[in-house]
Design a protein around this ligand. Structure first.
Ligand code: SAH
Length: 252
């Protein structure tokens, strides 16, 4: 998969792309990252990428020409004629909410292009003419789309084939199957008198799996009950949740 990032701040990316799962994904040849500096596509001495808004008001607007030229340099067909595996995103607080399901969807694409806004945003004609989808990482306003692009790249990288060695680790992570993940412990088994739950030391795999599943269900019930509506639940899960709702699932 290839991800191209269009930005006026290309220096924000190299350190983030040099470590962790993004690095693994690149090393394994699963992910090609291409940071495109919008200033390289300006034609004035000041390499201008923004200008004052028509109609006045505070804040600058990103200009259309450098973005058009940068997209053209990627060899992309016009919007509407792009192959299904290609998607041009604009980072925007007004966009579709970025979730694990969206990350899974994007991980199946061949070429994702992420345009990072700055200032008051981009000329609306960019959105109308070039952008397939606006994407938001949450209901707050960043000063630029770069941190949002990083979130998207990171969430995708760990889903690409062979990047996370044990994929069941990804599958038990929060949201992947519609539940929050359980809590985890590591050595030492006791620290300053604080003990790890006995069941985790029992060596009894079926009991451990059941305890973890129930902890996932309990957390989701307490913290994010909205997720339970779409979660994949077994009959045992439903029984446990009914007990929780009756207040019978108290922590032992
Ligand atoms: N005037 C715009 C906000 C501009 S913030 C509005 O109110 O909708 C500057 C840029 O930061 C945006 O163009 C966008 O690219 C990025 N950005 C800000 N918040 C974001 C969010 N929650 N998710 C994704 N990108 C965001």
């Amino acid at each position: 998969m290839k991800i191209s990032i269009l930005t006026i701040f290309p220096d924000m990316f190299p350190a983030a792309f040099a470590d962790g799962m993004i690095r693994v994904a690149r090393d394994k040849g699963q992910l090609e990252l291409d940071v495109v500096a919008l200033r390289d596509f300006t034609d004035d001495a000041h390499r201008t990428t923004d200008d004052y808004p028509f109609g006045g008001g505070a804040g600058m607007i990103m200009k259309i020409e450098p973005i058009d030229r940068a997209l053209a340099s990627l060899g992309l067909p016009d919007k509407g004629r792009r192959p299904p595996g290609t998607r041009v995103l604009l980072t925007s607080p007004q966009g579709r909410r970025f979730t694990q399901d969206v990350a899974i969807e994007y991980a199946g694409l061949g070429h994702l292009v992420i345009l990072c806004g700055r200032y008051k945003g981009v000329d609306e004609r960019v959105t109308e003419q070039f952008v397939d989808e606006e994407i938001s990482i949450g209901d707050y306003v960043l000063s630029g789309g770069e941190p949002a692009a990083l979130c998207v790249v990171d969430a995708i990288a760990r889903l690409l084939p062979g990047v996370v060695g044990a994929f069941d680790s990804v599958e038990s992570d929060s949201f992947h199957s519609g539940l929050l993940d359980c809590g985890y412990y590591t050595r030492p088994a006791e620290y300053r008198g604080w003990k790890v739950p006995d069941v985790l030391l029992s060596g009894h795999h079926a009991m451990i799996a059941k305890a973890r599943r129930e902890e996932s269900l309990r957390r989701t019930f307490e913290r994010r009950p909205d997720l339970l509506e779409h979660a994949e639940l077994s009959d045992d899960d439903r029984r446990f949740l009914r007990a929780l709702a009756r207040g019978a699932g108290e922590r032992g």
